[in-house]
Design a protein around this ligand. Structure first.
Ligand code: BDR
Ligand code: CA
Length: 314
């Protein structure tokens, strides 16, 4: 028996690292994965939903997959085929999933499930925050029901522009709605997630897992290992599982609380998360810290959690 169990709705855009996050959530006994809601981001909504359902087939799990927004709140959609391929999850081939998506919009699903809950559900987002923002706009009372929001996004530098991280940049208006909400927020930005690299050594360990899921992950990560990396990284960052890992074991990374806001003005800083890192200025007008920010990752523990989850799914 796990010493604690966290209920989770996972909202993402699978996507290779989303798949790793969903596997971690589905396979670890500390997480009760209630549903996967999908959103356009890494790839189109249609692809992201199909990819999530394909993963459910591979894991042979009946976790509801609920499609949401096909485009950002205001802007046109930008996807990332240069990272994830044209289908959003290149590497293992595509098929028509056996399982079908839930016939309800993700924003409605979030509202209904959260309003019926005892306030014990964590919302993890690992794509653009469009679904969650739309749900908050339609039913602001969900903010009193969300236990906490843990998200992959932002950072003190960018990956899609010099200033902005992809998830925030795709829909900065949605991120602004979420940042402005009173919910407790845990941010896994690039500074943290770039420590969660897929090294050769880790990839070999995944290669050694002789199960249907192990083979599938080996194939998709083989494609993903050609994704663009920074000069400091020994392999591509597996960004999206970081917030899930924190729910499983809060010691997997260190945190500090900061004031963070999102730039929505057009121009080169669109989508930037501005973080008052040093907080040296004593002016009273500077808002109080509003986000718990992940900083130093325990790499070995992160991959231990991940490999255990993959093996547990058989
Ligand atoms: C984000 O972009 C996508 O490639 C990943 O899934 C992650 O959500 C990193 O910027
Ligand atoms: Ca993602």
């Amino acid at each position: 028996m796990a010493d604690h169990v966290e209920k989770v709705i996972y909202d993402g855009d699978p996507g290779h690292d989303d798949v790793m996050a969903i596997v971690m959530a589905a396979g670890d006994p500390h997480i009760d994965l209630l549903a996967v809601t999908t959103v356009a981001g890494n790839t189109t909504l249609e692809n992201a939903t199909r990819n999530a359902l394909m993963l459910m087939d591979v894991m042979d799990l009946d976790i509801p997959v609920v499609p949401g927004c096909a485009k950002p709140l205001l802007r046109k959609l930008h996807t990332a085929p240069q990272v994830h391929g044209e289908g959003g999850l290149d590497g293992a081939g595509y098929w028509e999933p056996k399982r079908k998506p839930v016939n309800e919009h993700a924003a409605d699903f979030l509202i209904r499930t959260l309003m019926e809950s005892d306030g014990d559900i964590n919302v993890v987002t690992a794509g653009p925050m469009t679904n969650l923002a739309l749900a908050m706009i339609r039913e602001p009372r969900i903010c009193d029901k969300i236990k906490q929001i843990l998200f992959m996004g932002g950072g003190r530098y960018g990956n899609i522009t010099g200033a902005a991280e992809f998830n925030i940049w795709v829909d900065a208006e949605a991120a602004k709605v979420v940042f402005d909400s009173p919910c407790k927020k845990v941010m896994c930005g690039l500074d943290l997630t770039y420590q969660a690299c897929l090294t050769e050594e880790v990839y070999k360990k995944i290669a050694g897992i002789d199960t249907k899921l192990g083979h599938f992950l080996y194939d998709i990560l083989g494609f993903f290992s050609h994704a663009p990396v920074t000069k400091e990284e020994p392999g591509p960052a597996i960004n999206d599982p970081c917030p899930v890992a924190y729910l499983i074991d809060p010691k997997v990374f260190t945190t500090n609380d900061y004031y963070v806001d999102v730039m929505t003005a057009p121009g080169i800083t669109y989508g930037m998360t501005v973080l008052d890192y040093y907080r040296l200025n004593p002016w009273e007008e500077i808002p109080a810290p509003n986000v718990t920010v992940g900083e130093k990752l325990d790499f070995d523990r992160f991959w231990e959690i991940m490999l255990n989850a993959i093996k547990a799914l058989g």
